[in-house]
Design a protein around this ligand. Structure first.
Ligand code: SAM
Length: 263
């Protein structure tokens, strides 16, 4: 470590301190040359340093103003790195990137874990065409995000994310690779924007159906979807060899879409 910093728990500050892992994140992100990489929470710039060498532009959002001196000094020669000193969640990303004209937009970041889901939702709802998101998350969260039907981790968030992305766990990162050391291991997730985004008549209805289907984990569809047209749902489920006694955790995104499009 070549800097002095008082780490702040409230900002989820666990800085990566492992060259191999940093290199591996950048390598496995497969960043094309003409890419704008958005980084959320550069910290002391360990990942930023690697990103600036492969991406044409890096735009990093950092909330902790105590890191300003370190970051400005470290990247003073790098015209392709820009910082926005504010809460990422309060920004209008579309507005922030309007002067960039890169061919590709990626998000690559070791994000603050206390706002993992809000960050992902913000990216999805930003109106920006983000091609790929490579983020570090807590192992347990990564397992949920990337779970497939039938897996006990599979829940409404897995289905919701699968609507937008193909999700993969790239590799696990031990808690020993951070300063300060967190309590749990992490995993690098890659979320590739789906090129074949399914046809959905009413997204709000689909998302409500998914949420309601998983409302009580141990209950079956008949119990969780009492307010819906159960006869119609049963008819659709038949096509997939399922019925109202099935549980949501056994259903693919495709089934939820079929139901939402036909009720
Ligand atoms: N990327 C660095 C690394 O890998 O060493 C730091 C990662 S640390 C887990 C998360 C970073 O996000 C911290 O620098 C923290 O100050 C910053 N952060 C926390 N909340 C933020 C927010 N709402 N907007 C922008 N940055 C935030």
């Amino acid at each position: 470590m070549d800097y002095q910093h008082n780490f702040k728990k409230k900002f989820g500050q666990n800085f990566l301190n492992d060259e191999n892992i940093l290199n591996k994140i950048v390598k496995e992100s497969e960043i094309p040359e003409d890419t704008l990489v958005i980084e959320i929470g550069p910290g002391a710039g360990a990942l930023t340093s690697k990103l600036k060498d492969v991406a044409k532009n890096v735009l990093a959002y950092e909330i902790d103003l105590d890191l300003q001196n370190i970051l400005i000094d470290k990247f003073k020669e790098n015209k392709n790195v820009t910082f926005i000193w504010e809460d990422f969640l309060n920004r209008n990303i579309k507005e922030d990137i309007k002067d960039y004209n890169n061919k590709h937009i990626f998000v690559v970041a070791n994000i603050p874990y206390y706002i993992t889901t809000p960050i992902v939702e913000k990216i999805i709802n930003s109106g920006v065409d983000v091609e790929k998101v490579v983020i570090m998350v807590q192992k347990e969260v990564g397992d949920r995000f990337s779970a497939k039907p039938g897996n006990k981790e599979y829940g409404s968030i897995s289905v919701f994310l699968n609507y937008y992305y193909d999700i993969k766990e790239l590799f696990i990162v031990s808690k020993n690779c951070f300063i300060p050391r967190p309590n749990v291991d992490s995993v690098i997730l890659s979320l590739d924007k789906r090129k074949d985004k399914p046809n959905v008549k009413d997204e709000n209805l689909l998302f409500r159906l998914i949420k309601d289907s998983f409302r009580f984990k141990r209950k079956n569809l008949r119990n969780n979807l009492k307010e819906y047209d159960l006869l119609k749902i049963e008819e659709i489920l038949k096509k997939y060899n399922k019925d109202l006694t099935s549980r949501a955790e056994t259903l693919d995104l495709e089934v939820f879409i079929d139901i939402a499009n036909n009720i």
